[in-house]
Design a protein around this ligand. Structure first.
Ligand code: BMA
Length: 332
């Protein structure tokens, strides 16, 4: 490994497959994809855009499940190997942190979760209904059994709230993407900062859509990975074709201390919808990453991404491969 991973974690049992013979792509797919099928729980219409983390020697996660009413729900799950998942049939019922959040957080829907361990607990952000309108919900758990819900981070309309894995300059830091109440035809990535996970401010613009594959809107994906080159941030980008939106993903590298400053940004997508399970489903032509496990010892990365809003896929790369590719194809 030539690039150093900072503040990383050993994950000796990270899901992994070597790059297939003949493949030259910087990111390659698990050959048994989809790793999580749409019927992983009985109540599910679909299981996608989900977040996983190392937990007690295995893995735990928060899964986006659209149920058979097509209500968007969050479910907890566990796995020994990151491949075979035991996902709860029952959605997460958040315990409200206090009387105020009890009044504010009437559950209507939750989707596109991200999970990160900071300090003493696992923080969860997701797209939450606030006054029936989408914004960034915030919660936490210690054990993936009891989940607590806090104040929403922002006013509507906002989506793709993604926390950095540690405080930077003594503040929590979150990406988000201000949006509208529908299928937003615009969107830039911003950063906001907070001393306490409750009050968010000191907003900074990070980047706007740029290349054709992301020309309609962009949004943060998995939790950023800290490296000696900067924060490695996978993010999704959307192109509007004559047949609707096409979701691909790529990566940028931002400054460690001022993470809104983009040092490198890949002009190419790293992965786009091209396998059948990515091109055919409830929403065709979508790859949407929400989690990336990274083993500090080997630099191996396992990316979990939603496929066609229907199933969950797994893809692999390494820190060295991705950083090198992003730098060699950078355009900012
Ligand atoms: C976005 C979100 C994602 C979804 C994507 C494609 O706006 O709703 O959950 O995967 O659209 O439908």
């Amino acid at each position: 490994m030539s690039i150093k991973i900072l503040n990383g974690q050993s994950i000796p049992n990270i899901p992994w497959q070597d790059r297939p013979a003949g493949c030259t792509d910087p990111v390659w797919r698990y050959d048994q994809n989809p790793v999580i099928p749409r019927n992983a729980v009985k109540c599910a219409n679909s299981v996608f855009n989900s977040a996983v983390v190392p937990f007690e020697g295995g893995f735990a996660g928060v899964f986006r499940i659209d149920d058979k009413r097509r209500a968007m729900q969050l479910h907890a799950g566990f796995s020994d190997d990151g491949i075979n998942w035991r996902i709860s049939e029952e959605r997460i019922h958040f315990v409200q942190e206090n009387k105020t959040t009890e009044q504010v957080n009437e559950w209507l829907y939750g989707y596109d979760p991200r999970v990160v361990f900071i300090g003493d607990r696992y923080w969860i952000t997701w797209c939450n209904a606030f006054n029936r309108q989408p914004t960034i919900g915030v919660g936490y758990t210690y054990d993936f059994k009891t989940f607590y819900q806090c104040e929403n981070a922002f006013l509507p309309f906002n989506r793709n709230g993604v926390l950095f894995p540690r405080k930077i300059n003594d503040k929590y830091v979150m990406f988000s993407r201000p949006s509208d109440d529908g299928h937003t035809p615009f969107g830039d990535m911003f950063i906001s900062q907070s001393p306490d996970m409750k009050y968010w401010g000191e907003h900074r613009h990070v980047m706007s859509p740029f290349m054709p594959w992301e020309s309609t809107k962009i949004g943060a994906g998995p939790i950023p990975i800290e490296t000696s080159e900067g924060w490695l941030c996978f993010y999704h980008g959307v192109l509007q074709s004559c047949n609707g939106f096409v979701y691909s993903f790529s990566a940028c590298i931002t400054d460690i201390d001022e993470p809104w400053k983009v040092k490198y940004r890949c002009a190419d997508y790293l992965l786009n919808p091209r396998e059948e399970y990515e091109c055919v489903g409830d929403v065709p032509n979508v790859v949407f990453p929400c989690a990336a496990l990274c083993d500090a010892d080997t630099g191996r990365i396992a990316i979990y991404y939603g496929c066609a809003d229907t199933v969950t896929g797994l893809a692999f790369t390494t820190v060295d491969e991705t950083v090198e590719y992003v730098k060699n194809h950078s355009s900012i």
